[in-house]
Design a protein around this ligand. Sequence first.
Ligand code: GTP
Ligand code: MG
Length: 241
Amino acid sequence: MVNLLRNADPHGVYIMKQYRFQDIENKIVERRLLYPVDVLLVGGTGTGKSSTLNAIFGTEVAKVGSGVDPETKVISAHKIHDYLRFHDSAGLGDGKATDFLHSKNITYELLKPTTINDKQYGFIDIVLVLLDGSLREMGTTYNLLESVVLKSIEPGRVIVAINQADLAMKGRYWNLVTNRPEKELAEFLEDKANSVIHRLHEATGLKISKPVCYSALYGYNINALMDHIIHHLPVNRRLLS
Ligand SMILES: Nc1nc2c(ncn2[C@@H]2O[C@H](COP(=O)(O)OP(=O)(O)OP(=O)(O)O)[C@@H](O)[C@H]2O)c(=O)[nH]1
Ligand SMILES: [Mg+2]
């Protein structure tokens, strides 16, 4: 297995695939959910959707951009085990024509049904919206939520996380030895997470629980990101009307 995470603990990376497997299985079986539960990653281009998948899987499952051009162009599926599958999508924010196309693909994915005993269930169970922690600008995210995501899935199935925690203060107070934020950055990230809750609520009406701040590049808080997802596993199947 290629370890892509800079200085990441290889043991930690291995555990991520098995991480809380029994909890995930139990919740899904108890709730009689269809499995695997499908999580769609969305966000502006360059927020780190593909990098996040690589951090979770501990290997390169999704191609990461060079930072100049948007990288992911289609939606691709990645199954971590029998109970959980992720879908990487193309990021918005790179021009009207491509945004239109990517939005259409996301809407298609969100409305895609799975038919069982003549009933139609939504194929996607949860949407994970990723923000770039190094940016203040949230217009692309508001637009994505208002014009695309919330038009096709209930707000309770939308969760938010903040990537690039290492760059939130332009790289300052990121400890390169421990791969963790120092006190100043940790406090800044805490404020940022709270401010995102308020700003999203004001701009879109969406009430989210506190976003996790993590760094896909340094493998920081990936377990907290998984905890966030596991905590928000749906309580029932997504019946499409
Ligand atoms: N410093 C830092 N850089 C990151 C992090 N996550 C991703 N990047 C970098 O950000 C750039 C974009 O990452 P991608 O994973 O391709 O982002 P994406 O959201 O999949 O982008 P699109 O596919 O274009 O929508 C790459 O250069 C990554 O190395 C992080 O946590 N910290
Ligand atoms: Mg990508």
